[in-house]
Design a protein around this ligand. Structure first.
Ligand code: CP
Length: 316
């Protein structure tokens, strides 16, 4: 890793993409490249974080983010604790802050939090002594998802700058969309959002994106097509007339993909709802779909984040 091993990261926490510079993002992706290679080797384990403690505190369901943070910490040699919120004292009425203060007293080095309230990781970062990583907060941000998406795009296309990325579906409720829009803008990509008016934020024009309400227009000559699921857990009332109608208009299938570039890459952060926002024929086509690679890069990018955020601790 040479110079990458020595480079210091300017941030104590990873709360959102907006605080990162292009150089910060490139550094995370460069370090993640090294860990992606390491994760393909038979011996995956390192001792970089030996003696350090990582607590994963997930107040919302997760498969990919929680498991990959756990693997990332273990592969770097940290002691990793998954706090089971369902059987914790949160169920007895303990507040987020009291829970955080309790965990802080056990002197962890890293706290990874997912919470349904936007801003919860930021609040936590002001109360604890360790590094805090946002594993997704409400409809605000999911920074490590955007970083792993960027890593996947860079692997496949060799760059981010100048690419046309169409992010399609439920943008309104999506923290993945917000983090990706921020990152892709910082890195010089051209970002389009595509969806029905009910699922596009009212301030979309201020987000540095082009807004489209038809897949035919939004996907035209796109390099990357990123599909998002309907986030029904954040919806009150109906935002689409029916799932059948939604798939007809906005679900990605071979016919709608026809207008994108011939080598367009298909992405989805997961979990997928097949037949709602994406057709299985597209999702499972390994020539065009990078969905499995996104999951693989999730571990590497999270190893890079844990490594970089704890370099400061190692210095102190
Ligand atoms: N993409 C993502 O955050 O997936 P999980 O909800 O399974 O963590």
């Amino acid at each position: 890793m040479t110079h990458l091993e020595k480079t210091r990261f300017a941030h104590r926490h990873l709360l959102d993409i907006a605080r990162l510079s292009a150089a910060d993002i490139s550094l995370i992706l460069d370090v993640a490249d090294v860990y992606a290679e390491r994760s393909r080797a038979r011996e995956k384990k390192l001792s970089l974080l030996r003696g350090m403690t990582q607590i994963n505190l997930f107040f919302e369901n997760s498969t990919r983010t929680r498991t990959s943070f756990e693997l990332a910490g273990q592969r770097l040699g940290a002691d990793v604790i998954n706090m089971s919120v369902g059987s914790s004292s949160v169920k007895k009425g303990e507040t987020l802050i009291d829970t955080a203060m309790t965990l802080n007293a056990m002197r962890p080095d890293i706290l990874v939090i997912r919470h349904s309230d936007s801003g919860a990781p930021h609040l936590l970062s002001q109360k604890v002594d360790c590094a805090v990583i946002n594993g997704g907060d409400g409809s605000h941000e999911h920074p490590t998802q955007a970083l792993l998406d960027a890593q996947t795009i860079r692997n496949r296309k060799g760059r981010l700058a100048g690419l046309t990325v169409a992010i399609c579906g439920d943008i309104l409720h999506s923290r993945v969309a917000r983090s990706n829009i921020a990152l892709l803008n910082i890195m010089g990509a051209r970002v389009r959002i595509v969806g029905p008016t009910t699922l596009i934020p009212s301030n979309a024009k201020t987000m540095g994106v082009e807004v489209y309400h038809s897949m035919e227009d939004g996907l035209k000559d796109a390099d990357i097509v990123m599909m998002l699921r309907l986030q029904t857990e954040r919806m009150q009332g109906a935002f689409v007339p029916s799932v059948r109608e939604y798939f007809h208009l906005f679900g990605l299938d071979k016919e709608k993909l026809r207008v994108a570039k011939p080598d367009a890459l298909i992405m989805h952060p997961g979990p997928m709802n097949r037949g709602v926002e994406i057709d299985s024929e597209i999702a499972d086509d390994l020539h065009i779909s990078a969905i499995s690679e996104q999951v693989e890069m999730g571990v590497a990018v999270r190893m890079a984040c844990l490594d970089l955020l704890t370099r400061r601790e190692a210095d102190e």
